[in-house]
Design a protein around this ligand. Structure first.
Ligand code: NAD
Length: 486
């Protein structure tokens, strides 16, 4: 039996502090269904204490007043500690959300390290002040830290989504209250220790695991300047509505229903592994950027249906700790049931199950779902329109290239995507026409140095790269006196 990882205290303003209330969060293993972790559940009073500490540190503390170079020294120590302990981190993530270690090492832990590295790189190239000639005289344009940031993150890629907020926010000079998902509080509290050891001044970081109610209290708090959120569309809408009361800034990284467009000249041996890697093999399909709609030309439909069924049906499903496992369990019973319900809906809508379609035989303990490929899907079906968040893939037939682009764009979402073709120029031209935040030609990739975010209901704002760093500054214009008037 695995030892239970226990935290007795919350991390408030840089100090381990007893919680205000008696409530606890139990982390349940998606593999064994046993409790593997226990942490305090932050109450609204803990939020108030964290906001007070963050406000004090921002308004009067050293952190926002240091140069970017000075802050980068501390952030570099966090990045180096994460890199040195990335296997431990991957194991901790896997323990909580069942992400296969094969994915967890690279897609969870090393991706978080990569986000810190690219944010540091962007920060070294940034100027804090620019002098320009304005229409009425010389102008000084300053980037100033935005303020106190509430970072609210999901369970599927917890450290990647934390890093995408924490690294730029810290480098910009903001103070941060991190509210991780109740499914994955352990890695967030683990990170708090690393940050403390790296030498963050008091008040700069708080980590408060909690559910929706406490999270909503944080969002509505008048002491917060920005909410940086990753999660579902419904929660994003609630957060934006709540933030409107104080005009708190928001950035929202939400869901997706991304299309992989296979063009008629595509190389099957390139497209199929990339689609597998971008669907069921991407965190067991629990990825916002998953390529869940695969659009294939009518003339190549049978060929792709057969190849994808074989590839997805042959994936190793099992214990995520086993390095050979490609598809692990869903994070929770609720997510497993959600997937099974969508599989039922797909059948009812008239789609054909080409592989999978249920719980793998003999895997009743743990929240497993078979990699499932639906054929004969049309874009108006619910399984093609709604985010399922698991190893369920839709195969959609199209006629012309223009029709493929129209189907890709006929979605409430616009987060990710792919185009497969023998002609890279043609692929790039198609990519230009898809209304989505990220799209890859002949592959599946999230580039940590480039802006990432959503069109339409996939979100507002961008994370990662220089654009992701810019999101944590306010611009100030100082109109300087004209030389003649001084
Ligand atoms: P979720 O929306 O249920 O929860 C996300 C976080 O928000 C959690 O910390 C939760 O406690 C908090 N929360 C929920 N409702 C809230 C409210 N009304 N007010 C304040 N806080 C609230 O999402 P989830 O199930 O944890 O994660 C899965 C979702 O996240 C999927 O839709 C997925 O596509 C999305 N996601 C998006 C990205 C991206 O970068 N675009 C990345 C990963 C996951």
């Amino acid at each position: 039996m695995t030892d239970v990882v226990v935290y007795e205290k919350l991390f408030i303003g840089g100090r381990w502090t007893g919680p205000a209330g008696p409530e606890a969060i139990e982390v349940v293993s998606p593999v064994t269904e046993q409790v593997v972790g226990r942490v305090p559940h932050a109450a609204p009073a803990d939020v108030d204490a964290a906001v007070a500490a963050a406000r004090e540190a921002f308004d009067h503390g050293p952190w926002p007043r240091m140069s970017i170079t000075e802050r980068a020294e501390v952030v570099l120590r966090i990045k180096d500690a994460l890199a040195a302990r990335h296997v431990e981190l991957a194991e901790l993530v896997t323990l909580q959300n069942g992400s296969p270690m094969l994915f967890s090492v690279r897609g969870q832990a090393l991706s978080a390290v990569g986000v810190f590295a690219t944010a540091l790189d962007a920060a070294t190239k940034l100027t804090e002040e620019d002098r320009r000639q304005g229409t009425g005289g010389p102008v000084l344009v300053r980037r100033e830290p935005l303020g106190v940031v509430a970072a609210i993150t999901p369970w599927n890629v917890p450290q990647l989504t934390i890093a995408a907020k924490l690294a730029p926010a810290l480098l910009a000079g903001c103070t941060v209250i991190l509210k991780p998902s109740p499914e994955t509080p352990l890695d967030a509290l683990w990170l708090a220790d690393l940050c403390a050891e790296a030498g963050l001044p008091p008040g700069v970081l708080s980590v408060l695991p909690a559910g929706r109610e406490t999270s909503a209290h944080l969002v509505a708090h008048p002491g917060i300047d920005k909410v940086a959120f990753t999660g579902s569309v419904d929660a994003g809408k609630a957060i934006m509505a709540a933030a409107a009361a104080n005009l708190t800034r928001v950035s929202l990284e939400l869901g997706g229903k991304s299309a992989a467009i296979v063009l008629d000249d595509a190389d099957l041996s390139v497209a199929v592994p990339a689609i597998v890697g971008g669907t069921c093999a991407a965190n067991s399909g629990q990825a916002c950027i998953a390529l869940t709609r695969v659009l294939v030309p009518a003339g190549r439909y049978d060929e792709f249906a057969a190849a994808l069924s074989a590839a997805l049906g042959g994936l190793a499903v099992g214990d995520p700790a086993d390095p050979a496992t490609v598809v692990g369990p869903m994070v929770s019973e609720r997510q497993r049931d959600r997937n099974l319900e969508y599989i039922r809906i797909g059948r009812e809508e008239g789609a054909a199950v080409l592989t999978g379609g249920g719980v793998p035989a003999g895997m009743e303990t743990g929240w497993y779902v078979e990699p499932t490929l639906f054929g004969e899907v049309t874009n108006d079906m619910r399984i093609a329109r709604e985010e399922i968040f698991g190893p369920v893939v839709c195969l959609i037939r199209y006629g012309t290239e223009d029709e493929a682009i129209a189907i890709a764009n006929d979605s409430d979402y616009g987060l990710s995507g792919a185009v497969f073709t023998a002609d890279a120029e043609r692929g790039t031209e198609v990519a230009r026409k898809v209304r989505t935040g990220t799209i890859t030609v002949n592959g599946f990739r999230l580039d940590l140095a480039a802006p990432f975010g959503g069109y339409k209901q996939s979100g507002i704002g961008r994370e990662l790269g220089p654009e992701g760093l810019d999101a944590y500054f306010e611009y100030k214009t100082v109109n300087l006196p004209s030389p003649a008037r001084t």
